[in-house]
Design a protein around this ligand. Structure first.
Ligand SMILES: Nc1ncnc2c1ncn2[C@@H]1O[C@H](COP(=O)(O)OP(=O)(O)OP(=O)(O)O)[C@@H](O)[C@H]1O
Ligand SMILES: [Mg+2]
Length: 265
């Protein structure tokens, strides 16, 4: 039996070519973003350093209005810097240029740091903030800065989207790894929205005067970093009742879905 597969072969080739073009385009975009973010940070650092000098009144005293404006320059600068850092991080991971510095880390140090970082924000809103660590989950393997960043991102969200009640961080030993579970009693998320949560720049309530500040980069970045560790971030939630985000990190790190470089400390 003879079958003419020319057409199938041609379609295969076309498909592969368009896949490669899409990947190259994506890489170019990520590289462009990484360079741009870097270029943006330099002048912004100058703006922030100089406005801080003015704030400290080392150059001369400020009147009330001047003080108000300088404070506004500084806090907006801080906001912009955080945004640029997130974009830079995300594009670095997407371009396959993120290097994880892996080492065994005491889980209690990671949790204490994360809780300490968000404590004031929870207190301001009158939320109860607790943490609990399974004694069996004492050490995890990963990049210290990145794990702290992921935990802080999840806790910051939990606090931001919880008007009243509590936020907790529970760490459990699970088969083949450790789970960091961040739960809140906040506004919750409709399950048909789960698919959009981890998309960059995606915020679920996109009404014009959105009540909550943010850019929609936190979860996209957190999931990418978790997957780079060979783990993941997953969610369960009930609208109006609260949400639970789980960061799973495996005991032994295998390169994640994205081409990544690893360094062992
Ligand atoms: N704990 C949570 N409870 C309810 N909704 C949440 C929670 N965490 C995230 N979300 C929803 O998912 C969206 C995306 O979260 P993400 O952290 O990526 O963005 P953000 O917090 O709005 O901005 P950014 O993190 O960049 O400051 C949020 O805008 C919000 O709509
Ligand atoms: Mg966020």
């Amino acid at each position: 039996m003879i079958e003419d597969i020319t057409e199938r072969k041609e379609t295969d080739l076309k498909l592969r070519a368009s896949q490669e073009a899409a990947e190259a385009g994506n890489r170019a975009k990520s590289e462009f973003l990484a360079t741009m973010s870097h270029e943006l940070r330099t002048p912004l650092n100058a703006i922030m350093a100089l406005s801080q000098l003015l704030q400290q009144e080392r150059i001369g005293s400020l009147n009330e209005k001047q003080n108000e404006y300088v404070n506004s320059i500084y806090s907006n600068g801080e906001h912009l810097l955080a945004l640029i850092n997130d974009i830079l991080d995300l594009s670095k991971v997407e371009a396959g240029k993120e290097e994880l510095l892996l080492s065994p880390l005491p889980v209690s140090d990671l949790c204490n740091y994360a809780i300490w970082t968000v404590r004031d924000r929870a207190l301001e809103k009158g939320l109860q903030l607790t943490s609990e660590i399974d004694p069996e989950a004492d050490i995890c393997i990963g990049d210290e800065g990145r794990i702290k960043q992921m935990l802080v991102n999840l806790l910051t969200n939990a606090i931001k989207f919880t008007p009243a009640g509590q936020v907790s961080l529970v760490v459990k030993k699970v088969p083949q790894g450790i789970s960091f579970i961040v739960s809140d009693t906040g506004i919750g998320i409709d399950s048909n929205q789960f698919q959009f949560l981890f998309e960059p720049f995606k915020q679920l309530d996109s009404r014009l005067n959105r009540q909550y500040e943010g850019t929609g980069l936190g979860l996209a970045l957190t999931r990418k970093l978790a997957r780079l560790h060979g783990g993941d971030v997953t969610v369960t939630s009930t609208l109006g009742k609260g949400s639970q985000f789980t960061l799973f990190l495996p005991d032994s790190v295998h390169p994640g879905e994205i081409n990544s470089k690893f360094k062992i400390k």
